[in-house]
Design a protein around this ligand. Structure first.
Ligand code: HEM
Length: 474
């Protein structure tokens, strides 16, 4: 399906495989599974998961089905989506921080919220926000260029900061009452603590049993809640006196003005707050990781890096227009998509079956079963990709991209709960990557990174890199 041509195959990544846990053959004991789920869920997958389209059986969560057959995935996420809800584990981990935001609500509340919020993320709405992304992207490139030449820095932190700055700019025009830094730090703390799977969750202990991670994340969560309430109050007061400036509303203006197209009702203050936190929670680390892995993979593939530099140099000054045009930054986009194939920022999706179901007469899914769809597994599945463990951005270039089966590539999920911020994220990541590559070059320093799944898929010890200015570019 996605065969790269032979010349590209030979010269990419110098035959090196981008780092990933090597799957074993032996079945894991329950204790091993428990430990691995806590430390790095990527390591639970066995060789057969990468070969077999469906793996079913009793696990620590009860009866579970791991689906990597595109037709079965389409069935669960799209055709019979009403029979599946986000599973309790996913909700327990996310809900305390993300409250009643779009990512965690279910049923009628979700339908209403999705209808109301959809207009905020249409291609047109994203195009209107794209220009706001340029400033933070350029500021990041300049900040990185000013550092002492040859110094090794953790670019994962830079990517976390730039995606946060872009959200702060597109969301509240960067008007954060307590200061962007404090807000960003609270967010990092949240992800470091809340984001880990707690053995008590796996064992199904009731929600009132205190979890260490949750307890440590609590101050960060209350900090957001207070901050977000202050930001909303400030904006409401401002809007009472003056309309949005020169017709360029940010996402907060759009949230305050949003109306359910069916009932005409707006969002409550609590819903607005929960969705702000949700957008930051769902859109910040994810995009940052997509960028971090893109830069790493590029650093390992000098020919692709050069081709990318040529594309960006030819794209002209207006990188926002180029990113939106679809064709202007085709390789930039392809690199990001290939990075998200190898290192999907959301490596696992899970659902619980509400009633018995059968997938194409092949697989019976009983009521209550846990259904796992792992983009990480799917994107490296031996039956779906040629050279699945290699970096070949050509797969995603126009012409080849269309031949990829829709349900074989799921960085943003699929069906009614598909990522609402998908266009936003792709435009954002393209603008940031193109802006960086325009003037800078990245060289990985130190040991190969270890990918680890802690809510998002990140490098365990950050991404140390040497950043230099491209020759002849100031
Ligand atoms: C590279 C970046 C991103 C990736 C890989 C990503 C991935 C995903 C995935 C896989 C889902 C579906 C989860 C499921 O079905 O269980 C999702 C949902 C969601 N994403 Fe993203 N996301 C990204 C960026 C963003 C951004 C920038 C925003 C907002 C500004 C955002 C907001 C959301 C929301 C609100 C949902 C829940 C949608 C619903 O349930 O109706 N995401 N995302």
């Amino acid at each position: 399906m996605t065969a790269p041509n032979a010349a590209n195959t030979a010269r990419n990544v110098h035959g090196r495989r981008p780092p990933a846990p090597v799957p074993g053959d032996r079945e894991l004991s329950r204790l091993e599974l428990l430990l691995r789920l806590r430390q790095n869920p990527l390591t639970i997958w066995r060789q057969r998961h990468f070969r077999e389209p469906i793996v079913a059986g009793e696990g620590i969560f009860g009866y579970g089905v791991v689906l990597s057959a595109p037709v079965a995935i389409r069935h669960v996420l799209v055709e019979n989506a009403a029979n599946y809800r986000k599973d309790d584990l996913q909700r327990t981990i996310l809900a305390p921080g993300l409250g009643e935001g779009l990512l965690t609500v279910e049923g009628e509340a979700w339908k209403r919220a999705r209808r109301t919020l959809a207009p905020l993320f249409t291609p047109r709405a994203v195009a209107a926000l794209a220009r706001r992304m340029l400033g933070p992207a350029e500021a990041t490139a300049q900040r990185m260029a000013r550092r002492r030449p040859g110094r090794v820095v953790d670019i994962a932190q830079d990517m976390t900061r730039v995606t946060y700055d872009i959200l702060a700019e597109t969301m509240f025009s960067n008007a954060i009452a307590g200061g962007a830094d404090a807000f960003g730090k609270a967010l990092t703390r949240y992800f470091e603590t809340q984001g880990k799977i707690d053995p008590l969750d796996i064992l199904g202990a009731p929600a009132w049993v205190p979890r260490l991670g949750r307890w440590m994340a609590r101050p960060a969560i209350s900090f957001f809640e207070t901050q977000v309430a202050a930001i909303i109050a400030e904006r409401q007061a401002l809007r009472r006196h003056s309309p949005p400036p020169d017709g360029a509303p940010d996402l907060l203006d759009a949230l305050l003005a949003a109306r359910d197209p069916e009932t005409g009702t707006g969002l409550s203050e609590a819903e607005i707050g929960a969705n702000i936190i949700t957008f930051i929670g769902a859109g910040h680390e994810t995009t940052a990781n997509a960028l971090t892995w893109s830069l790493f993979l590029l650093s390992q593939a000098p020919e692709t890096q050069e081709a990318l530099e040529a594309e960006v140099d030819a794209a002209g000054d207006d990188l926002a227009a180029a990113a939106l045009s679809g064709s202007g930054l085709a390789l930039t986009r392809a690199v990001i998509e290939e990075a998200m194939r190898l290192y999907p920022p959301v490596p696992s999706l899970s659902r619980t079956a509400l009633a018995d179901d059968a997938v194409g007469g092949r697989c019976f899914i009983p009521k209550g079963a846990l259904v796992v769809i792992s983009p990480y597994l799917l994107h490296r599945h031996k039956t779906l990709w040629r050279e699945p463990d290699r970096f070949h951005p050509e797969r995603f270039m126009p012409g080849a991209r269309e031949t990829i089966e829709r349900y074989a590539y799921l960085p943003f999920g699929a069906g009614p709960r598909v990522c609402i911020g998908q266009q936003f994220a792709m435009v954002e990541a393209s603008i940031v990557l193109a802006t960086l590559v325009r003037t800078l070059r990245f060289e990985h320093a130190g040991e190969p990174p270890t990918p680890v799944h802690h809510v998002t898929l990140r490098p365990r010890h950050g991404m140390p890199m040497r950043v230099t200015s491209r020759k002849g570019i100031e």
